[in-house]
Ligand binder design. Structure first.
Ligand SMILES: [Zn+2]
Length: 114
């Protein structure tokens, strides 16, 4: 992963509404089917969230906030999965996008109940 020297654009956190350099924020993206992921590269609208704040996850990663920010209908299940993954990443002090993505989705995608 290459790291650009230049400053990234400023984005506003979905949770606390603070404007920060986008490198300090996670980008949440939704597919048209409503699946959520943490990705800088995913197409479509993105929602931004402080990478280091539990309260921002709690306030920002809600169905209402995400639907408004992403303009895509998302399910409670998708929101809960993302939320759990972000909390796991936060408690593990993961600041890397790829690792957060893996935490949110699991190495084997999603475990389904039998
Ligand atoms: Zn925030």
């Amino acid at each position: 992963m290459s790291r650009a020297e230049r400053r990234g654009p400023i984005r506003t956190c979905l949770g606390c509404r603070r404007a920060r350099d986008q490198r300090e924020l996670l980008r949440i993206a939704a597919s048209t089917s409503g699946a959520l992921c943490v990705s800088r590269d995913a197409l479509g609208r993105g929602a931004w969230l402080c990478v280091d704040s539990r309260s921002c996850i709690e306030r920002g990663v809600t169905r209402r906030a995400l639907v408004r920010a992403l303009r895509v209908d998302v399910t409670d299940a998708a929101v809960n999965t993302l939320r759990e993954g972000l909390f796991v990443a936060l408690s593990a002090d993961v600041r890397d996008y790829g690792a957060v993505h893996e935490a949110a989705h699991g190495p084997r995608h999603q475990m389904t109940k039998g």
